[in-house]
Design a protein around this ligand. Structure first.
Ligand SMILES: NC(=O)c1ccc[n+]([C@@H]2O[C@H](COP(=O)([O-])OP(=O)(O)OC[C@H]3O[C@@H](n4cnc5c(N)ncnc54)[C@H](OP(=O)(O)O)[C@@H]3O)[C@@H](O)[C@H]2O)c1
Length: 355
């Protein structure tokens, strides 16, 4: 028996990636796709797919989900911009009524990621769109907090940069390796797919190809997710994250400079990361001194970590595919957990090797 899955925001990049992953999923079957524009062919929106479906309105999707929930579990992915997800969830929940609590939901937007209203407002420059709705969502970075996901029905999937930032810094914070009160510095380069499906000057090929430029010099919204994770480990150290746009389509390359306690050795540093991610199918901790590459993780749901120590400054490098471990792959990993399926179901572990 497969569980029916719906995707809202059908024309989006991550919706297409999710639909692709669901084509080969043993326990979930794509039942339908919702869009602002009804009657579009899914294969016209995402030509790499082989399944043929037509987009429907959110209300029709809600009706189908209601009928599905009468006979068993059902899954819904929200692949919408921030602000839109909260509105879509309110609309869905309104139509589903008491059945809403049975639906398994993974939201890809930022709407339900930040628990603290003030931190959300600082990052997004507006009051939270649905503080009550936020309470039903659990933050879903499984390798850092799988226990929180037990028994959950709704997950806020982390941001792409936020995933890399947390994988880089949280193990050191949890192990008590960070030098008290010292600034953590992060620099990340992302591929153009991080900006979504709508063409923009910053994603236009002649300007993006063979170019490199930083943005967000005064801060990036995903810092709020890192601060939230670090707050669970103790006082939040000051931090700076500088993102940049790279001349490739998929992938994130993140460099973290973390001041560590005097006396920390590179072996100790490596041992804490290796132990923290031991047995994790989607996290690879390379030997000390090895640098992860994009080409080994692009196309996979894996993140690859490299570590080095110079004096009292640790360098942690993270590579991942923003559309998979940083997006649709992690969303599916979370949905597998919500449904009690094998966490790795439908998710590629091997990277392309070259692009
Ligand atoms: N791209 C990444 O690497 C990445 C990684 C992690 C998280 N995320 C987050 O995941 C969500 C989806 O990302 P994405 O890259 O798939 O975004 P996208 O390509 O821009 O797609 C979002 C889709 O949402 C729908 N939509 C509904 N209301 C909209 C509105 N007012 N404006 C624009 N689109 C609207 C559209 O689909 P219809 O017209 O078919 O309804 C649109 O194609 C976003 O919140 C994004 O921040 C993205």
């Amino acid at each position: 028996m497969t569980t029916p899955a719906w995707i809202v925001g059908a024309s989006g990049l991550l919706a297409g990636e999710l639909a692709r992953l669901l084509e080969d999923h043993p326990g979930l079957a794509l039942a339908g796709v919702a869009s602002r524009t009804r009657g579009q062919r899914l294969r016209a929106l995402h030509p790499g797919l082989t399944r043929e479906l037509e987009t429907v309105a959110l209300e029709e999707a809600a009706g189908a989900l209601h009928r599905a929930l009468d006979t068993g579990p059902a899954a819904c992915f929200l692949g919408l911009p921030h602000g839109e997800s909260a509105a879509a969830w309110r609309a869905l929940a309104g139509i589903l009524g008491p059945r809403a609590k049975d639906l398994r939901v993974v939201d890809l937007s930022a709407d339900f990621r930040i628990a603290d209203a003030a931190r959300y407002e600082r990052a997004y420059g507006a009051a939270h769109p649905d503080p009550e709705g936020r309470e039903g969502f659990v933050y879903g970075l499984p390798e850092l907090d799988r226990a929180a996901l037990a028994g959950a029905t709704r997950v806020a999937a982390p941001g792409c940069f936020a995933t890399a930032l947390q994988l880089a810094a949280v193990p050191a914070a949890r192990a008590g390796l960070l030098a008290a009160g010292e600034r953590l510095v992060f620099h990340g380069v992302t591929g153009s797919s991080g900006s979504g499906v709508s063409p923009k000057a910053s994603t236009h090929h002649p300007f993006r190809n063979e170019n490199l430029f930083a943005y967000g010099l005064t801060g990036h919204r995903h810092e709020a997710e890192l601060e939230q994770a670090l707050a669970a480990c103790g006082p939040v150290p000051p931090l700076v994250f500088l993102p940049a746009s790279g001349p490739f389509t998929r992938g994130i390359h993140l460099t973290a400079f973390l001041p560590v306690r005097p006396g920390t050795t590179r072996e100790e540093l490596h041992a804490h990361y290796a132990a923290g991610f031991e047995g994790e199918p989607f996290i690879e901790v390379l030997p000390v001194g090895a640098a992860p590459e994009l080409r080994t993780v692009v196309g996979s749901n894996r993140a690859s970590l490299g570590l080095e120590l110079r004096g009292e400054l640790a360098t942690v490098l993270v590579t991942l595919d923003n559309t998979l471990k940083g997006g649709a792959g992690q969303a599916l990993q979370n949905m597998n957990l919500l449904l009690g399926l094998d966490e790795t179901a439908g998710l590629p572990r091997a990277g392309l090797g070259y692009v």
